[in-house]
Design a protein around this ligand. Structure first.
Ligand SMILES: *Cc1c(COP(=O)(O)O)cnc(C)c1O
Length: 389
């Protein structure tokens, strides 16, 4: 059998401006990067606090490699659970105010593992309709009855919970929505969930480090505890600047995951050197309040700049500041025009976002300067005027 069919599908995707292509990054993650041999100013990384290339984090990685080597060598349940992993878990438990935390190799795997350890076909899962793909996939894979509720709509969730007879009910949402940048309406969602005896799972991949006291995330921002949010997920590849993820919660939750989460059990542990690096970044993330202050300053400056230019922003208080542009081809044209001016911003297209809601996903980092932000605003002003918004 030939691959002609695949070739035709790929061609069709190109025609619709939906084809994805990778760039080669030839420098560390920073505002100024080299991409495909060209220097440019980037506004598309998730390194919100500028820790991915921080000297202390790099030093901790090297030291971790000296102490524990590079590879995890085995799964956590066999011989791959190092002292560095264990210490990081204890520090993450303290950071999140939960009895325990458990490391996973990626956020995708943490979500698949947690939902599938908790639910099967006797159960029901309720997801905000714009949840991250890994959460949606986790729910679908579990075999539980799967429902999506209207974005941030606790009344819609309430209706759905009312009509469900299931052994367990799990309500799942992002803490900060990754393509819109808005916060989950957690107080209302938790209240509704509690009224129906449903557990709440929050994936705060984009909230940790940016939101809440000392960067303790969206759940902390709303002053909610483990009685309201029983399953708390964080990823380490964003504001933490390293890689991996964790689930935090009760003793029973974590022990259940150790027994049943297949993406925990059947995989090699993350590099112990990465765990060491993450311990250093956790310290910086908590103590460097100036990084969050700087980020908030940049967010305000960007939003007021866009307002003056008449650019349609979304209601986001976070470093994710998408500019809605509509169709995919338009998003690609704007992104290409910005690139010609040396500015790199990701165009986000369907199916990642709904049809007609393509956007430039601007992300800000504490390591951007005011001057760099103003260069972005100037370029946006030129490009958008050229395209007649
Ligand atoms: C990035 C992201 C993930 C995936 O985390 P990785 O560690 O990159 O696999 C999961 N959930 C959300 C909301 C994310 O933004």
């Amino acid at each position: 059998m030939s691959f002609d069919q695949l070739g035709a599908e790929l061609q069709a995707r190109k025609k619709q401006s939906l084809y994805r292509q990778r760039r080669i990054l030839q420098s560390p993650q920073a505002p100024e990067v080299i991409v495909d041999g060209k220097a440019c100013l980037a506004f598309c990384s998730n390194d919100y606090l500028g820790l991915a290339n921080h000297p202390e984090v790099i030093a901790a990685l090297k030291q971790g490699a000296d102490l524990y080597g590079v590879g995890g060598g085995a799964s956590h349940l066999v011989n791959g659970h190092s002292q560095a992993h264990h210490a990081l878990e204890e520090e993450l438990a303290e950071f999140t105010g939960r009895p325990r935390a458990l490391l996973f190799s990626t956020g995708y795997m943490a979500n698949i593992g947690a939902v599938n350890a908790l639910l099967d076909k006797r159960d029901a899962v309720f997801q905000d309709r714009i949840n991250h793909a890994s959460l949606l996939d986790a729910g679908l894979l579990s075999g539980a009855r799967f429902q999506r509720f209207l974005h941030n709509d606790a009344d819609n969730l309430d209706n759905r919970l009312q009509r469900t007879e299931a052994r367990r009910k799990l309500v799942v949402c992002d803490g900060v929505f990754s393509m819109d940048g808005d916060l989950a309406e957690l107080p209302a969602i938790c209240q509704t969930s509690a009224a129906h005896n449903a557990w709440v799972m929050v994936d705060d991949a984009h909230g940790f480090g940016c939101v809440g006291q000392q960067g303790r995330g969206t759940v902390d921002h709303f002053d909610l505890g483990s009685d309201q949010v029983q399953v708390l997920v964080g990823t380490l590849g964003k504001a933490f600047g390293t890689s991996g993820a964790f689930v935090a919660g009760s003793e029973e939750l974590i022990e259940t995951l150790i027994q049943h989460a297949r993406t925990y059990i059947y995989t090699t542990s993350m590099s112990p050197a990465i765990a060491s690096a993450t311990r250093a970044s956790l310290k910086l993330l908590q103590q460097d309040e100036w990084r969050r202050e700087k980020l908030n300053h940049l967010i305000q400056r960007f939003r007021s700049g866009c307002e003056q230019l008449g650019l349609p922003l979304m209601a986001s208080p976070t470093p994710i500041q998408p500019i809605l542009v509509g169709e995919a081809d338009r998003a690609m044209a704007i992104s290409a025009a910005l690139e010609a001016k040396g500015i790199f911003i990701g165009a986000i297209r369907p199916p990642t976002v709904p049809q007609g809601a393509a956007r430039l996903r601007v992300t800000l980092s504490a390591s951007h300067t005011d001057e760099q932000l103003d260069r972005l605003l100037d370029a946006l002003s030129d490009v958008m005027a050229g395209l007649e918004v």
